[in-house]
Design a protein around this ligand. Sequence first.
Ligand code: SF4
Length: 438
Amino acid sequence: MSDKKVGLISLGCPKALVDSERIITQLKIDGYDIVPTYDDADIVVVNTCGFIDEAKQESLDAIGEAIAENGKVIVTGCKGNEAEKIKDLHPNVLSVTGAHAYEEVVGAVHQFVPQEKKHDPFTDLVPDQGIKLTPRHYSYLKISEGCNHRCSFCIIPSLRGDLVSRPIGDVLDEAERLVRAGTNELLVISQDTSAYGVDTKYRTGFWQGRPVKTRMQELCEELGNMGVWVRLHYVYPYPHVDNIIPLMAEGKILPYLDIPLQHGSPKVLKAMKRPAATENTLERIKRWRETCPDLTLRSTFIVGFPGETEQDFEELLSFIDEAQLDRVGCFKYSPVEGATANELPGSVPDEVKQERFERFMEAQQKISTAKLKAKIGKTLEVVVDEVDEEGAIARSQADAPEIDGLVYLNGETELQPGDVLNAKVFQSDEYDLWAEPV
Ligand code: SF4
């Protein structure tokens, strides 16, 4: 047993979760215990999110609670880029660092709660794949940090810097370790997965003694040979993404693409400075579906962006009607401190944003309901995420964990998280399915 114990609060997106996993892994290697309560911890690390105002507030509240409950607090993560503000509000915080500052965080833990007992590598073992905060059967695989785009509503590039792609060999090594440790679904994440390797000019790296390019295509091909579900998040509709679709049609990687499109009006997309804004996305989606008819498309949209007129909004409605996307999230635009969109004219009143949000959701719900209804009678491969006294909660290949729909297997209390089975769908609503094992 270690003599020093660390608590960790992890807020924010899957990318921040991966950072938390790395911090915990290093602390375990260094001989610290990770504990779940303020009372048991000698120090608490708060990994914060600084994306939107609500998340910033949640981060500040979490820091305040950790100080009140424990007293010794280290802050890291996206919100940590505003160190002065945090220190003004919480002067007792011991150290503040920004995102991906694993070494600084671990160094601060060593500084403020030094180990009295030396770490013994023979008794304090850390599994090869590191410590995971997600269930064992799925894992996020972060392939790069930062972003080269400058979307006008986003401050991530100023928080996290320009794109830095991880070497292909490191990414594939990590994927292989995760698969060996029981992961049967790899969720590829980054700020822009389609840009992987751009910063390195698609440098040729090495994996298992073979040359492999640092590029999305090669990454998908190699991951597709690992025999597990591979799901791509944060992909933009660039022409080279067309080359990935055949891998989906062949069953190498999941026929699933998460493409945050954000709008359907070229004028608004231009004001948003979105990547691939000039591409003919509807045409591209049509061709993708011709190559891979089972393709599930997920996207997010923003309504009420500055300058969005009723006509722009109606263009968005016709876009989603034509695109027939499977899974869609919608946000009402809210200004983020430091974003250039704040300077744009034509701010949309809150009641108009709300009304557009409701109209958007109603339109999308109809699409989603019809799409899910069409699955009744079909047999799908599903993976179990949770089991309780009422049955098992699973997902199909069309559902990413935490953001998409669920497949309920009522009464199946004997199944285990991570089990993969075939189930026949007998009922649906606007977001979820009900099925029974076959
Ligand atoms: S693509 Fe745009 S929204 Fe996404 S991280 Fe980069 S700048 Fe932000």
